[in-house]
Design a binder for this molecule. Structure first.
Ligand code: PRP
Ligand code: URA
Length: 212
């Protein structure tokens, strides 16, 4: 796939190793959930490397110095329900002061089109760095619609983080929203006829929550 501006595939060996365990059909719910959170921490570390800092005065036991801290601290983490919930605590571990919004979307099993059932975002959304999280970017319908909602509510500075993407979904999200940064843990081969990612990991929501 050609290189796209604002798209970052995070090929760190720790992320790749953990994704491989996620893919294994024998990985159970507890381990799966823990891995999703750990991968979110590792991806968040990379995706937040451009957070603005400002120098503040700190007195060490030795002397007073000017030293950088995160400026503003206005961040919103927005999981796409349900599976995105699994990534929230990983990002909160990095930025505990972040507020959390929610967007509820489900894919119609026949048409694969996303349907909204919930949207609640922290104010002032236009002043926040917004990190949208969802482990799976398949057709890209849910991701593109979630970003549409956030923009309609005034969101401007948006990052999208997914653990596995299909080329089709990545292209769709990037073309719909070329202004947002998209962080991908692994770019998989393709979608199958049911719009599941191949090789993928199956249904992320079901594997996180133990449903079927
Ligand atoms: C999954 C996944 C994404 C979406 C990706 O959610 O978590 O939100 O599918 O597919 P797309 O890119 O083709 O839109 P799903 O609709 O299964 O809902 P769930 O998380 O509640 O199980
Ligand atoms: N949603 C999932 O959870 N998995 C896929 O492979 C595609 C959409």
């Amino acid at each position: 796939m050609e290189k796209m501006d604002n798209v970052f595939v995070l090929d760190h060996p720790l992320i790749q190793h953990k994704i491989s365990i996620l893919r294994n059909e024998n990985t159970g719910t507890n381990e799966f959930r823990a891995l999703i959170e750990e991968i979110a921490v590792l991806m968040g570390y990379e995706a937040l490397r451009d957070l603005p800092t400002e120098d503040v005065e700190i007195k060490t036991p030795i002397e007073t110095c000017m030293t950088p801290m995160i400026a503003g601290k206005k961040m919103a983490i927005v999981p796409i329900l349900r599976a995105g919930l699994g990534m929230v605590n990983g990002i909160l571990a990095l930025v505990p002061s972040a507020k959390v919004g929610h967007i509820g979307l489900y894919r119609d099993p026949k048409t694969h089109e996303p349907h909204e059932y919930y949207c609640k975002l922290p104010e002032p959304i236009d002043q926040r760095t917004i990190v949208v999280v969802d482990p799976m970017l398949a057709t890209g319908g849910s991701g593109a619609e979630a970003v549409d909602f956030i923009k309609q509510h005034g969101g401007k500075n948006i990052k999208f983080m997914c653990i596995i993407a299909a080329p089709e979904g990545l292209k769709k999200l990037h073309e719909a929203h070329p202004d947002i940064q998209i962080y991908v843990g692994h770019l998989d081969r393709c979608l199958n006829e049911d719009a599941y990612i191949c090789p993928g990991l199956g249904d992320a929501g079901d594997r996180i929550f133990g449903t079927k």
